[in-house]
Design a binder for this molecule. Structure first.
Ligand code: PLP
Length: 233
């Protein structure tokens, strides 16, 4: 029988192999378990198997799970599109946001971050695929947004994130990830503390790790095929 624990083990093995192939220590790559559309039982099974960081895409759906699992001390990452009227619960309940693409959202998150919590870790999402994918800033615009974030005391700029367009072309995929890596290296000359390059999912984590990913976001390979089209935020 395939279990979540077994799937997790297999994903960790893929990460270790990809890291070895790239001459990188496997501890330099963090695994985020993407639990959108799955319930508290599945999340708890992964937690029991040693997974402590989870990613969610939809605010409403995530809040019930976060409340139900509070005792576990999970590190929650918000990775979906974020509307300005949903910034408060995200600032209150998440440790990370991967999908920042607007100045206004950054300011609202900053203003809503509770003073007793550490600053919210944020990544700027970059659209490295041109017009075929809609989320994220255009390459080149990440710098202005990063500068704005750096001026907000309740946010902590950690790096960049991307979701390339789906493609069967491995060379194109590698080029997309390499592009984000180059933008990251350039940004680091101005923001030397950034340390996180969030790229790679179930189907393409090897290519992302080969191009320098430090955090892979994996759903299907851990939890199985998602049951239904996800709801709305
Ligand atoms: C759903 C999702 C993932 C996980 O995708 P899988 O292909 O299931 O591994 C990763 N990142 C983001 C932003 C997602 O929305």
């Amino acid at each position: 029988m395939v279990t979540i624990a077994g799937n997790l083990q297999a994903v960790k093995q893929r990460i270790a192999q990809a890291a070895a192939a790239a001459n990188r220590p496997s501890q330099s790559i963090q695994l985020l378990a993407v639990s959108k559309t799955f319930g508290v039982a599945e999340i708890e099974a992964a937690w029991q198997a040693g997974q402590h960081a989870f990613g969610e895409n939809f605010v409403q759906e995530s809040l019930a799970k976060i409340a139900a699992l509070q005792r576990l001390g999970i590190e929650w990452h918000f990775i979906g599109p974020l509307q300005s009227n949903k910034t408060r619960p995200v600032a209150e309940h998440f440790a990370w946001v991967h999908s920042l693409e607007r100045d206004k959202i950054a300011r609202r998150l900053n203003d809503a971050r509770p003073p007793q919590l550490p600053p919210l870790n944020v990544l700027v999402q970059v659209n490295v695929s041109g017009e075929t994918s809609k989320s994220g800033v255009v390459p080149g615009e990440e710098r202005a947004l990063a500068d704005a974030i750096a001026g907000l005391p309740r946010l902590r700029l950690r790096g960049l994130m991307t979701i390339p367009e789906p493609t069967d072309d491995p060379a194109l995929l590698r080029a997309r990830f390499a592009r984000l890596r180059a933008l990251f290296e350039a940004l680091r000359t101005e923001h030397p503390d950034i340390d996180t390059l969030s790229m790679g999912m179930s189907a393409d984590l090897e290519a992302a790790i080969a191009e320098g990913s430090t955090l892979v976001r994996v759903g299907t390979a851990i939890f199985g095929t998602r049951p239904a089209p996800a709801g709305t935020a």
